[in-house]
Design a protein around this ligand. Structure first.
Ligand SMILES: NC(=O)c1ccc[n+]([C@@H]2O[C@H](COP(=O)([O-])OP(=O)(O)OC[C@H]3O[C@@H](n4cnc5c(N)ncnc54)[C@H](O)[C@@H]3O)[C@@H](O)[C@H]2O)c1
Ligand SMILES: [Fe+2]
Length: 376
């Protein structure tokens, strides 16, 4: 038996963000909107056309641009208070995974009285929420279509809120917003999306035929476009394929959850602020090699679908080629992680039960240490 949920209203519209008032139709009765973003996205002017379109259509817009990468709980709480004070009836998350995750939790907190500390874990966030529109500006996390938000609590711990109440009401995919993404972020976030698809396809507990189909299509699009998107930033076809691929991979893993690659990647972000996509890229191929005894047949199916070979090893080789061609860092030392941090990171990775329980092969502390040492 399988069940599958996703966002029911998705618009693929290059240039659509500049006509934003069309995409909020029916979502905001009192015409007061809170737009959640970060200072980087704002400084690039990405929200300007959209805000102007909303204001000329008679909407009042609060811009909350205090989100930072790996959003801390305090900033989420601050945003929720600002949204309540403004009496907004629609929350728009505009940016990469960090602003979108923040917007998801803000929409929840501003829509009901649940204290934030009761939300962490699976199925704990229960409605009602404010209506939510998500507009990604990176092609990676798929957060726009997932029921997940990742928040940093305390100094280093990244915790997940996983609940169907977090699904957005509407999503707008405008590939033109991603033209300005530097090659390094395009590569790392694109590899994150590929990891979502690979982990969804090999997720042992909730693997399902709908996620499988989405994961394979996602990987075809992402593999076909990632190098071009890095080398030709304004190539609309490649950028559109990246955005659609990341979204499809998001739908896949939202229903067939991620596993050990993400579990081993999180401490790199939590302790050393290595960007999420890059953390995944760093551990990906060694975790795949570890998983091969249990997941080789699935890796082989993906490789055949991508026409890069018939075996699990050929998929691993292909991911190594992509990492090389997109020039992502290959070692922990290149991102300034010292050897003596390995035990602490491995212990932290072992706490990610939510992810490890989906892994094709049981992951152990010793195996985790070995994987980190191999990529040191
Ligand atoms: N909710 C989920 O399902 C899910 C899944 C995976 C990861 N995540 C989380 O998402 C976060 C990572 O998101 P991300 O990788 O999208 O990065 P991000 O949102 O943290 O953004 C990274 C940087 O890219 C900049 N940026 C964003 N769009 C840009 C553009 N178009 N042009 C130039 N610069 C741009 C931002 O200003 C920021 O400086 C992490 O917190 C991670 O844990 C969530
Ligand atoms: Fe991810």
């Amino acid at each position: 038996m399988h069940s599958f949920q996703t966002v029911s209203d998705i618009h693929i519209a290059p240039g659509g963000a500049a006509r934003l008032s069309r995409y909020v139709d029916g979502l905001c009765p009192n015409k007061r909107i809170a737009l959640i973003t970060d200072k980087g996205v704002r400084a690039l002017g990405l929200i300007d056309g959209g805000v102007e379109s909303l204001r000329s259509a008679g909407y009042d817009v609060l811009i909350f641009d205090n989100v930072v990468a790996d959003p801390p709980e305090q900033i989420v709480l601050m945003g929720a208070q600002a949204v309540r004070d403004y009496k907004a009836e629609l929350v728009i998350g505009f940016g990469g995974g960090s602003p979108m995750d923040t917007a998801k939790v803000i929409a929840h907190l501003a829509g009901c009285d649940q204290p934030i500390e009761t939300l962490y874990g699976v199925g704990n966030a229960k409605g009602p929420t404010l209506p939510l529109l998500l507009i990604p500006t990176t092609s990676g996390t798929g957060s726009e279509v997932t029921n997940v938000a990742i928040i940093t609590t305390g100094k280093t711990a990244k915790k997940g809120i996983v609940a169907n109440a977090l699904y957005a009401n509407r999503v707008l995919l405008d590939a033109e917003l991603t033209f300005g993404l530097p090659a390094s972020i395009t590569a790392a976030t694109g590899i994150d999306a590929m990891v979502h698809a690979i982990e969804a396809y090999t997720s042992i507990r909730e693997k399902n035929p709908i996620s499988d189909a989405l994961a394979l299509t996602a990987l075809r699009k992402l593999r076909g476009a990632i190098v071009t998107a890095c080398n030709e930033p304004s190539n609309i076809e490649a950028r559109t394929d990246m955005l659609i691929g990341a979204m499809l991979a998001g739908q896949a893993f939202s229903n067939a959850p991620c596993a050990a690659v993400h579990a081993l990647a999180y401490p790199l972000g939590g302790f050393f602020h290595v960007p999420h996509g890059l953390s995944n890229a760093l551990v990906l191929t060694e975790v795949m090699k570890y998983n091969q005894p249990k997941a080789d047949h699935w890796y082989g199916e993906i490789a055949s679908d991508l026409r890069v070979g018939e075996t699990g090893a050929s998929l691993i080789d292909e991911m190594l080629r992509i990492k090389e061609e997109t020039k992502v860092p290959q070692t922990l030392s290149q991102v300034n992680i010292p050897q003596d941090a390995i035990p602490m990171m491995a212990a932290d990775a072992m706490t990610k039960d939510r992810l490890l329980m989906n892994n094709a092969r049981e992951m152990t502390y010793d195996a985790t240490v070995k994987i980190y040492e191999t990529i040191l």
